[in-house]
Ligand binder design. Structure first.
Ligand code: HEM
Length: 126
């Protein structure tokens, strides 16, 4: 069972890495004013990333990762989606760039959490 969970965690971790690279690439395009028609695609892919992060956190919990860490990861995922969905209305004007940077950092944080969770599951021993 643990081997299966480790394999699933590795697959999820790699899927999150791939999605992360695509999201950052799309984000950089938006930042430079390109491909704005792909914002919806970016949003759906971002939501999928968070969904996969939740599944990974669930596996982490079953594999014996500290429950607080797994729950924190789930809450964090919810937070970044809520933030991303509202960011359009936050700090309109020149200061909006602060929101954009925060959004990027929060996204990187999600990818970091997936890395950490994946590593913990890999190290779990029953
Ligand atoms: C979780 C990984 C994610 C990463 C690494 C990421 C990264 C980025 C980056 C670098 C940008 C361009 C700069 C900026 O506007 O902040 C961007 C823009 C955007 N992202 Fe994300 N994102 C992620 C998830 C999401 C999610 C979950 C949503 C919504 C459900 C979302 C919605 C948006 C929107 C609407 C924009 C355009 C904002 C604007 O410039 O007006 N992103 N993202």
């Amino acid at each position: 069972m643990l081997t299966l969970m480790k394999t699933a965690a590795l697959v999820l971790q790699n899927a999150i890495r791939l999605l992360g690279v695509i999201l950052i690439a799309l984000g950089i395009m938006f930042w430079t004013g390109h491909s704005l028609d792909l914002i919806r695609v970016h949003m759906r892919l971002g939501e999928v990333l968070v969904l996969l992060l939740w599944v990974l956190a669930g596996i982490g919990m079953r594999a014996g990762v500290r429950p607080g860490f797994a729950l924190g990861t789930i809450v964090y995922g919810l937070f970044i989606v809520m933030f991303a969905l509202r960011m359009g209305g936050l700090l309109a004007g020149g200061a909006h760039v602060a929101i954009q940077i925060l959004h990027l950092l929060f996204g990187l944080g999600a990818i970091g959490l997936a890395e950490s969770m994946g590593a913990k599951v890999k190290r779990a021993n029953g």
